[in-house]
Structures are given as C-alpha cells and as structure tokens.
Design a protein around this ligand. Structure first.
Ligand code: GLC
Length: 740
C-alpha cells in the first residue's frame, strides 16, 4: 500500500483523503475520541490498535483549579512511539493541554493581559507560552477563551478578555496568532506552534446569575453583536479548533446545537477546522435530559457538528454501530475525521511526531520570557485612585511597610488555569519591594492584623496587599458577593486609622465591589503571574508608567451586575449629570468606568476631526485627535475610539469600542491618534448575523475611557443616495420602512 498521506509534497486534502481511504470505520471513529492522561505502557494495546486519536494531559474536569504533575516531552514521545511505529497506519497522536496564560512562565490571567489593551503584548505572551508548551510535547491548547462576560459573579471572567466584544475580538485573535505562530495558521507546522482553540462556543458569559454551567437565554441580535463577534475574529485569524460550551442556549445544549455549530459556525462562517466538545459534555447531554442513552447523545453531538468527543468515550462506544445500522451517516464520521487528520497534517506531526527533550530546559523560564512576564504584569496593574500617594519611594529614609495576605503570596499570584507554574519561581510583592526600595522595607504577611498595626504605625508608607484567592476564581467558582474576602476591608480600615500613608493593592481574578475602600492610592491587578511582584512594584515606584486600563466596569456593589459599558440607551436613558438613577439604594453608574485609569495624567484630548463628513458603504473615514501631555511626567496613554449608531433598525449601544491606540508622550509633547474607520466597522449584525449598515449619522468619540472625550459626527450614506456613487459600492440593506 502506498502511503500517500506521508507525502509532504501533496496538498493537505489529498493526504487526508488517502489516509481516510486506507482507514477502517473503527479507525476513523477513533480519531474523534480524546482520552485523558494515557500511559504508554498501560495503554500500549489501545495505541497499537489506533483506539484513540488525541489525548488531553489534565488533572481532571476542573483542570483550572487542580495542579497535576504536568507533562514532559519524554512521556509524550513514548506515547507517540507506540502510536506511530507500532500501529497499522502509524497515525500520530495529537496531545492537548490547557495552556491558557503561560506554561512554566506564567503570565497574567487573560483578564489581566486585557488590562493592557495591547494585542501585540497578548500575541507575544501566547507565543512564549507555545514555545514552552511545545517543548513539553503539547501541540494543541484549549485557549483562547473568548467569552464576553459582564457578570463578575461568574468565576470564568478571569479567563476572558473582559466585557467588550471588540477588545475580546482583537485580543482573542492575537492569542490565536501567538499560539499558532502566525495568522491563518500558516506557521502551524513549526515545531513550536500549537493549535489554538476558541472557546466556549457560544454565550457562556451569560450563564444565568453568574452561576457556572447555568442556562443561557439570549436573542439573536445580542448573540451576533456581542458574543459571536470574538469567534468570528478567531475564525478569521485562522484558529485551528473551536470548543463548544457546556450550557444550553435557549434550551439546546451547545454540544447538540445544530443551527449554531453545524449551520452557522461550519456553514455561514465557513469554519474548516475541528470542533471539540468540552470535558465529558457529550455524556452530559443525558444530564441535560436531551438524550435517552449514550448512543443517542453521541449521535446528537456528531450531527450538531462536534468532531472530537473530549473524554466521555461515547463516540468510541457507539458511532461504529450507529453508522453500520444506518442511524448516523458515515459521511458525518468521515468529515469529522478529515478535520482532525487535516489538523495533524498541518501541524507536521506525520513528518515530525517527536519532541526534542532538550528544548524545555532551554526555553522554560528563559530570561526573555521572565522579562515579558514582568512587562505584562506591570501592564495588568490599573490605578483606581491616587491622592498623591504614588510613587512609593524610600528616598530620604522613608520607611515602607508591606502587609496583607498577598504581600508574600507566591502560587496565589498565578490565578486560575495555571497547570505548569511553580510557586518557587514567583517573585513576591514583598521581595520586589525590598529589592527595589532597599533593606528599610519591613514586611508581614497580614496574618496578625494587630501586629500589622504596630508595624504600620512605625512606617511612613504602608502598602497593603489584599484580594481574592485564585481558589475561588475560574471554572465552577461563582460567588454571590463581590466584596473583598471576609475581614480584609476591616483590616484596611484599621490600617487607615494608624498609617501615615496607605497604598492598597487589590489582587483579584474578577471585578470586585470596592466602593469606599480606604487608601490614599488603590491599585487593582488581575492575578499577575510569576513576575507579579516585580510588575506591581514597578508601577508602585513609578519605574514603569501605570498604563493598565479597566477591561471591565467596576460595580459599586454585587447588586449592580451584570454591568457593561456598551448597554442600550433604553427609552429612559440615565442622566449622568442628573439624579436619574434606577436603584433607590445606590447610584447606578459603575464605580469605575470601562477603559479608565486614575493614574496621574494630564493628557488633554483635542477636538475629534474626520477626513470627510460622510462615508459611503465600502468606504473609509479617517478619525483623528491630537493628544497633549500637559504634565511633568512621561505617560503611555491608551486612547480609545468609540462609535454610536445614532439611529438604526434596532436599538444600538450608547457607545461601542472600535479602536485603541497607545501613545507614549513625554512632558509637554503632543501626538495625533489616527483611526481609519470602515463602513463595515460601523455596521451592526442583524438577527441572522449579516451586516446591517443603515444609512444615517454616527457619533464618534476619542477619549480615555468609555464615557469621556470629544466627539464628532460622520454620516453613512446609502450607496444610492450619492449621485456619483461608484458601482463597487455595496448595496445597503435598508429597513423597508426606513424611507428616503
Ligand atoms: C474544562 C473547561 C474547558 C477546558 C476543558 C479541558 O471543563 O470548561 O475550558 O479546556 O475542561 O480541561
């Protein structure tokens, strides 16, 4: 038998067709079966018979909160050797792991990376993670998570890019490119490239009550304009795989959702990669009570478009018989197997299934990766308040005392979904403070708050490091209260009474309700990773300008969520300057606005100008503003472009993020920020997901956050309305009653 699938000179599709033709039905079904933690000895017979095509190295269903022994190239090579050299067709194994925000070098959790508003930084962190994880034999990661989440009670807000669809799209796509070593997956065959996985398709961030796994009810316009957008961006970036979510959407589990998975993702969006279920989710169709038995669950999932069954075993147990008896078309199995095999071909696994065991030592925690982790940690720090307490210095004998549960925290700085990080690698906040500010720094871990008061009284500046332990962040970890953990606010109030100057650092995996928090300065950092201590101190001391911005709105209380900046105006809009609030027991607006920072800044935003007052469909309008740093220190300003569709066929958000520009400004310097806004970026999606650009005016704003900054108007013209409209203009979709 000529093994054409081994011919690297052939197109991928030809190689896959040749392999499928050589495979038995059992072998094709096996490619759809993912097992957990196989052993090269215990599972040797299964590997020889080609009984499974992929595996996940994980500590179990809640991998994000349970550490495991990790994986090494040697153990992966042992598995591959049996699969490739002792099986009938020698099809290599595809090894997967949740490499979410780093591998041995742990970067800030994605929510922390999102605070940078910096796609390039996210891409570099993902690239470094891929270099480290592939050195351990991992070639498929279950990341990036691109769920848009506005309910901070949900623990998985930690894993995403915040509440904004545009930011989630930009950063999710950047992570895909970083993992896959390029756009469109062009670099997937590089040994240090990893197949990425956009998850959890779709709408998981809407879990009712913030309760993980709870049902989701959402209309099509919201689904297309908020929750599907990051998946469209990931598909356009060439993401190799997509993972379906656990939850039901309008009553149908996503694992069995034919309209959204097979018809929309694989049909309308043209996704040609592989779809994988979430952990045991095929079997969970029985618990959703939408399948009578395992065979029915397997059939429903495969029909919906789920190609790979993660660890339930129901595909392996039932699909051969279901095909043989005519209940499931063989074509569905063949299509799914083709998608998995195409991925293995694109990853170069047939040419090079083994990993050089010497790579890991050379790349894990390399100086370059540590430096990147430090840069990312500093960018994850958001200044919420600064009454002149920053920067912290020990000059002139200033005595600094560091206290609080996060002062000496190591593992806890990692945050959720840290599988290969090690606490001993962490630089704590206290260590970084002593290193930077000198031996005069005193430290206690906050266990004895009365002792901390004694030490605080003897200091000139107290840095109190509080926040949320990762144990209550991430999957299956929802909370009913966004307050600081028990006792911390009381400890801060006690410190407030004795400290000459109090700087509070809040370390967390989610937005918290920090209204009335004491402190002359308050900094928020989302679990910053292995270099978290250095990153926090770099910002505290002013060595690194505080550039972090809020990727989420911070609520005044738990009662205010869900909360997001791009809400609809309603028929009775809030009057930000008036007293129109809807809650009778608190103010409505967020305590801190999306995109904001209270870092000392005297940046002035000049008027917004547009290159033309109108833009035709298919056209581009340039929007710009001049920024001037009127202050005494250099800043890195994150200018944000927001658009508002003034009138459309459906009610549109009060403002939508549409661009970000970071600009470094020395004292007194000015610079323009320029955005080329296309008519497509002004369009919203209708209920079927198609772009709907209704002619009319848009308000564009360039500012430092979701609520402030100068505005301008631009009008989107209907192609017909413009006498010299060019033939290439895209005919507008106009609501029937729009009138002329
Ligand atoms: C988990 C998570 C998913 C993860 C998978 C494998 O339950 O929902 O995000 O990738 O199982 O660990």
């Amino acid at each position: 038998m000529t093994r054409a699938w081994l011919d690297a000179g052939l197109p991928v599709a030809e190689r896959v067709d040749a392999l499928l033709a050589a495979m038995t039905l059992e072998e094709r079904v096996a490619q759809l079966h993912q097992v957990a933690n196989p052993d090269p000895v215990r599972d040797a017979e299964a590997l020889r018979s080609g009984a499974f095509g992929t595996c996940i190295v994980a500590s179990g269903a809640f991998a994000g909160t349970v550490r495991d022994a990790g994986t090494q190239a040697a153990s992966v090579n042992a598995l591959q050797r049996v699969a490739v050299e002792e099986s009938r067709l020698g099809v290599p194994l595809l090894v997967a792991r949740d490499v979410v925000h780093g591998h041995r070098t742990v970067f800030p959790i994605p929510l922390g990376q999102a605070a940078s508003f910096d796609a390039d930084l996210v891409r570099r962190c993902a690239r470094a993670a891929a270099v480290e994880a592939t050195a351990d034999g991992v070639r498929w990661t279950f990341a990036p998570m691109v769920d848009v989440a506005a309910d901070a009670r949900w623990g998985r807000v930690a894993e995403g890019w915040g509440e904004d669809p545009w930011l989630a799209s930009e950063l999710g796509a950047a992570a895909v490119e970083g993992f896959q070593h390029g756009r469109g997956g062009g670099g997937l065959a590089d040994p240090d490239a990893m197949a990425a996985c956009a998850k959890h398709y779709v709408g998981y961030g809407l879990a009712q009550g913030g309760r993980d796994y709870a049902e989701v009810d959402v209309g099509p316009v919201t689904l297309h304009n908020r929750h599907l957008r990051p998946f469209v961006a990931a598909v356009e970036a060439g993401v190799a795989t997509v993972m379906t979510a656990f939850h039901t959407l309008d009553g149908t589990p996503m694992t069995a959702h034919v309209p959204l998975v097979r018809e929309h993702l694989k049909g309308a969006l043209g996704f040609a990669g592989a779809v994988v279920s979430d952990w045991d989710a095929v079997a969970e169709l029985l618990l959703h009570r939408v399948a009578v038995d395992g065979a029915h669950a397997a059939a429903r999932a495969l029909r919906a478009g789920v190609d790979v069954d993660m660890v339930s075993g129901l595909y392996a147990a039932h699909l051969v018989r279901l095909v043989r008896e005519g209940s499931v078309p063989a074509a569905l199995v063949d299509d799914a197997a083709a998608r998995v095999l195409a991925l293995k071909v694109r990853l170069g696994l047939f040419e090079d299934p083994y990993t050089d065991p010497g790579r890991a030592a050379a790349v894990h925690l390399s100086p370059a990766h540590r430096a990147l982790a430090r840069e990312a940690a500093a960018a994850a720090v958001v200044v919420l308040r600064d009454d002149g307490a920053l920067p912290v210095t020990s000059a002139g004998g200033v005595r600094v005392h560091v206290t609080g549960p996060f002062a000496t925290a190591r593992d806890e700085l990692f945050g959720t979904w840290t599988l290969d990080g090690r606490g001993e690698d962490v630089v704590t906040i206290a260590e970084a403070a002593a290193e930077r500010l000198g031996p005069s720094v005193t430290v206690d871990d906050g266990r004895f708050t009365d002792a901390a008061l004694v030490a605080a009284r003897a200091a000139d500046v107290v840095v109190a490091c509080v926040g949320e332990h990762p144990a209550r962040s991430g999957e299956a970890n929802s909370v009913t209260s966004l307050d600081l953990p028990p006792g911390q606010r009381a400890a801060l109030e006690a410190l407030r009474r004795v400290a000459r100057r109090l700087v509070v650092v809040v370390v967390t995996g989610r937005p918290l309700a920090l209204d009335g928090l004491p402190g002359d300065a308050v900094l928020l950092v989302f679990h910053p990773g292995v270099e978290g201590g250095h990153g926090v101190v770099d910002v505290l001391t002013g060595d690194v300008p505080a550039r972090g911005r809020l990727p989420v709105s911070l609520p005044r209380s738990t009662g205010h969520v869900p909360l997001h900046h791009d809400h609809l105006p309603t028929g009775r809009p809030l009057d930000p300057d008036g007293d129109v609030d809807r809650y009778r027991d608190d103010r409505d607006p967020p305590l801190h606005v999306f995109g904001s920072s209270a870092a000392a800044s005297d940046v002035v935003y000049g008027p917004v100008t547009t290159s033309a007052p109108t833009v035709r469909t298919g056209g581009v309008v340039t929007v710009r503003a001049r920024l001037t740093n009127g202050g005494p220190t250099a800043v890195v300003e994150t200018a944000q472009l927001y658009v508002r569709d003034d009138v459309a066929e459906v009610s549109r958000p009060v403002s939508e993020l549409a661009g970000v520009r970071r600009v470094a400004l020395d004292p007194g310097a000015s610079d323009d920020v320029v955005f080329d806004l296309t008519s497509a970026e002004l369009a919203h999606r209708d209920a079927s997901g198609r772009p709907a650009a209704v002619p009319g005016t848009f308000t564009v704003r360039i500012g430092p956050d979701a609520r402030t900054g100068p505005t301008a108007r631009v009008e989107l013209l209907d192609a017909d309305a413009d006498a010299d409209a060019h033939d290439d203009d895209i005919a507008l979709r106009r609501p029937a009653d729009a009138g002329r």
